[in-house]
Design a protein around this ligand. Structure first.
Ligand SMILES: [Mn+2]
Length: 343
């Protein structure tokens, strides 16, 4: 039997032991690790003869979720502190499955060299093309708060979402996970949405909720620090970099999802299948209204109650492409499937 299936999973948000112990990491090893490892063993490794590639679709490692008073973990530390998962990813490859790594925003500065040192054999890529006219990437590049931003931060390109995440993680009872971040933003944007004040108002309000002043310092990697004031100054022009309408459209993707970005991409690049992660909202739909016959699927997340994976299969004989969104239960077994195809 030919290997024809590509399996996509994303948004593990693996963090360091320090963050697991502090209880503010999004990935909870006590609940999420056994599910992930069982899934990889039973649904990927055990079915290796059917599977061509396993694609990690971004935000696998996370050094954003860390309160401002602590130094964020290095990628090496995150790798070491999740050795059991890294080990299974190596086993996947030993079964002849290609393992691909695509950066998300929470691991945007993890280099190809670094990821190859942490997961030997992995293939770092910017996007995954294959099986007909299908395209997969993390999806943050279509947003405003999470797109790499070398205009505001010429040295590192950190999106403002980096500081939003650090601040929300520092708010007492501020919550844990993307839904809580969106809750804070929703709340703030009603008051502040003009491009001129967008970024600085968000930082100011979140800093206040975290009990910080303008001259409070945020601990950064490599012994550096940055003040709240400097963050506000750096990102002040964020909205105007894109112009009002483009900024508004991008913010709507930050808040509401990436389906519209998938439509645009299909039109521009003539794809018929687009996969994203990033939103933590698993979905699959086939549309023929705005664009002719396109399938958009989102891989959801593995640091939440209900995990998902997306499978793209191309029947070797007919070359027909089928996309399946699988729900994954607490023990890592596939518990339900929604199928969309071109027949
Ligand atoms: Mn993301």
């Amino acid at each position: 039997m030919a290997r024809s299936k590509r399996i996509f999973i994303s948004d593990f948000h693996l963090n360091s032991q320090q963050r697991y112990q502090a209880g503010d990491a999004w990935f909870d090893p006590n609940i999420h690790q056994v599910r992930l490892i069982n899934f990889l063993n039973n649904e990927v490794i055990a079915k290796a003869k059917l599977i061509k590639d396993l694609i990690l679709l971004g935000d696998i490692f996370d050094n954003w979720v860390c309160p401002v008073g602590d130094v964020p973990p290095t990628y090496d530390a995150i790798g070491k502190d999740n050795a059991a998962i890294i080990d299974v990813l190596e086993q996947v490859q030993k079964k002849g499955i290609g393992l691909y790594y695509i950066n998300g925003n929470h691991d945007f500065d993890l280099t190809a060299e670094q990821v190859r040192a942490i997961i030997p054999g992995v293939r770092p890529v910017r996007s995954y093309l294959g099986a007909g006219r299908s395209h997969a990437e993390h999806g943050h590049l279509y947003t405003l708060f999470n797109v790499l931003d070398y205009k505001s931060d010429p040295a590192f390109g950190r999106p403002i979402g980096y500081f939003i995440t650090r601040l929300v993680t520092s708010i007492e009872g501020g919550g844990r996970g993307i839904a809580d971040i969106l809750h804070h933003l929703d709340d703030l944007l009603e008051a502040v949405f003009t491009p001129q004040t967008l970024a600085s108002s968000i930082i100011e309000a979140l800093a206040e909720r975290a009990g910080l002043q303008d001259d409070s310092l945020i601990e950064m990697p490599r012994g550096q620090q940055i003040s709240v004031r400097l963050v506000k100054e750096r990102y002040r022009d964020l909205g105007s970099h894109y112009g009002f309408w483009e900024a508004a459209e991008r913010v709507s993707r930050d808040l509401g999802g990436l389906g519209g970005a998938a439509d645009k991409l299909c039109k521009k690049m003539a794809y018929n299948v687009v996969l994203f992660g990033h939103t933590h909202k698993a979905t699959i739909d086939k549309d023929w209204f705005l664009v002719e016959d396109r399938i958009y699927a989102n891989t959801g997340a593995w640091c939440v109650d209900h995990a998902h994976c997306v499978e793209v299969d191309q029947t070797p004989k007919t070359r027909k492409v089928v996309v399946r969104l699988h729900s994954v239960g607490g023990n890592g077994q596939i518990t339900g499937t929604v199928r969309k195809g071109f027949d």
